[in-house]
Write a protein that binds this ligand. Structure first.
Ligand SMILES: Cc1cc2nc3c(=O)[nH]c(=O)nc-3n(C[C@H](O)[C@H](O)[C@H](O)COP(=O)(O)OP(=O)(O)OC[C@H]3O[C@@H](n4cnc5c(N)ncnc54)[C@H](O)[C@@H]3O)c2cc1C
Length: 457
């Protein structure tokens, strides 16, 4: 009988491979013996989901270029046994046994530790019908190939995108860059509903400036099928759009049902709750990535943060712990995110104003500072506009959250603010930090010092 610790990882996109590699590295470094198996239901693993749109806009040459972690790296370099085309269908946490389906056959596997990295799936609104041949989701290489095949075989001029969140905006930009007429349909009053309106308005303006038609405060109410295709979508606001292709970007749902059915404690929004070791409430069952919610760094409350970098880091922690490490994940759930909107960028981190007010027990305990400036010294011809809004605890000036929009420097600002949140720094401390300066990169009176000056004490 093998004495190796057997770790089964389920899910092969971002957090699963990160977990498998981390488990392999940790056991190699500690000279522990582990057998690591990675199961994925799709025919591919290690895919950069975030890159899908950039293939549409032709900024990525081949779909296969998006495979950032090929199977042979896992097998040859790390000795991970990769099993593709296996769908997990049941989990018995007491017997420590999982059962997969492959084709018509069943395959069972026992484990010493299990890492569930099953991610999330596209949420489909009632309309338009997902049965239509020209209605697509956008979450996997298979989805991208299906879109490409349709574009190759049909004359497509008009694309409607349902959902004005990050993925909807990214996709709208990609299809527009590729020369399509693009309509973006958003249910709420503004795109990016989690953002302060000032930023959503700037995004809407940038989309409009680049020819994307944005319809807000409305939903698809009718989308009749003709020869299995949606030709027209009718919106609740009375407008009617003739379409050739529809992309659904209306949100995602965590794939946590198997864990919850097996008795794991739930988190918010259909996720499974994990602790800072990525452990569920089931013995030796870890979970990582977008099927999980994690204690928020500031509030301590379980929070769902469906972002790639966090999913990857959670995978590392889960993988190490599955082979006996005691690795804790401290800095998660800021909701740090960035997206490009044509020439501009939009980024955020930490708590929104509403979340911060709930956390501190009232709006009056907050100080909100906003500043508009340029990303470089204003005397530089290259200087472009930059706007930031930061949520502070009034009493201490501690940074709780930040949003930024601009044509340069947004990533730098947001990463710096995420670091400030992790280190519990105040905006005054940020303003006095020794940061980079040179006219093409930032003004001497940089955004941190401007924001510090804006505080109402
Ligand atoms: C179009 C798009 C763009 C994005 N852009 C960004 C970005 O720019 N920045 C960012 O931070 N995030 C981005 N994201 C989000 C990010 O990609 C996800 O957070 C990340 O993919 C999560 O990784 P994951 O491994 O947890 O889950 P997933 O990527 O959802 O992968 C889960 C895997 O598990 C498999 N699986 C599920 N159930 C089973 C089962 N029962 N048996 C076997 N296998 C199973 C699935 O097939 C899948 O491969 C984007 C997402 C999309 C869709």
């Amino acid at each position: 009988m093998s004495t190796k610790r057997k770790v089964v990882v389920v899910g092969g996109a971002v957090s699963g491979p990160a977990a498998a590699i981390a488990a392999a590295r940790y056991s190699m470094n500690t000279k522990g013996a582990a057998e690591i198996l990675l199961f994925e239901r799709a025919p591919n693993i290690g895919f950069a989901v975030g890159g899908l749109s950039y293939y549409i806009s032709r900024e990525v040459e081949r779909i296969d270029d998006l495979i950032v972690l090929p199977e042979n790296v896992l097998t040859k370099k790390y000795g991970v046994k990769v099993r593709m085309g296996y769908e997990l269908c049941s989990l018995d946490a007491e017997q420590k046994k999982v059962v997969f389906r492959k084709g018509g056959r069943r395959h069972s596997e026992e484990y010493d530790a299990l890492v569930m990295a099953t991610g999330a799936r596209t949420f489909f609104p009632d309309k338009p019908s997902q049965e239509a041949d020209n209605v697509f989701k956008f979450r996997s290489p298979a989805d991208l190939r299906a879109v490409e095949e349709y574009l190759d075989r049909h004359k497509v001029r008009v694309v409607a995108i349902v959902g004005g969140g990050f993925f909807g905006i990214e996709s709208a930009e990609a299809f527009r860059r590729a020369g399509f007429e693009v309509h973006l349909i958003e249910k709420t009053a503004h795109v990016l509903e989690r953002w302060h309106d000032d930023f959503s308005v700037l995004v809407e303006q940038e989309l409009a400036r680049n020819g994307v038609e944005v319809q807000k405060n409305t939903v698809v109410v009718d989308s009749p099928l003709s020869s299995k295709k949606v030709r027209v979508v009718r919106l609740a606001n009375g407008s009617k759009i003739s379409v050739d292709l529809v992309l659904i970007c209306a949100g995602i749902k965590p794939n946590a049902e198997l864990l919850l059915d097996a008795g794991a404690a739930p988190g918010p929004q259909g996720t499974v709750a994990v602790d800072k070791f990525q452990l569920t409430t089931l013995a030796d069952v870890f979970a990582a990535g977008v099927c999980t919610s994690f204690p928020h760094h500031i509030t301590g409350k379980p929070t769902w943060c469906p972002q790639a970098l966090i999913a990857h880091r959670m995978g590392i922690v889960a993988g190490r712990n599955a082979v006996g490490a005691e690795c804790a994940f401290e800095g998660v759930a800021f909701g740090t995110a960035i997206t490009r909107v044509f020439d501009a960028a939009l980024g955020r981190t930490g708590l929104t104003e509403k979340e911060a007010a709930e956390y501190l027990g009232g709006k009056r305990k907050l100080s909100i500072v906003q500043s508009e400036s340029t990303h470089a010294e204003p005397f530089m011809e290259s200087a472009r506009s930059f706007m930031a809004r930061v949520v502070l605890e009034k009493r201490s000036g501690r940074v709780l959250g930040a949003e930024a929009w601009g044509y340069g420097g947004v990533d730098k600002f947001i990463d710096t603010m995420a670091t400030a949140i992790a280190a519990k720094l105040s905006i005054d401390q940020m303003a006095l930090l020794d940061l980079t300066y040179s006219p093409p990169f930032s003004p001497l009176d940089n955004i941190m010092s401007r924001l510090a000056d804006e505080q109402v004490r």
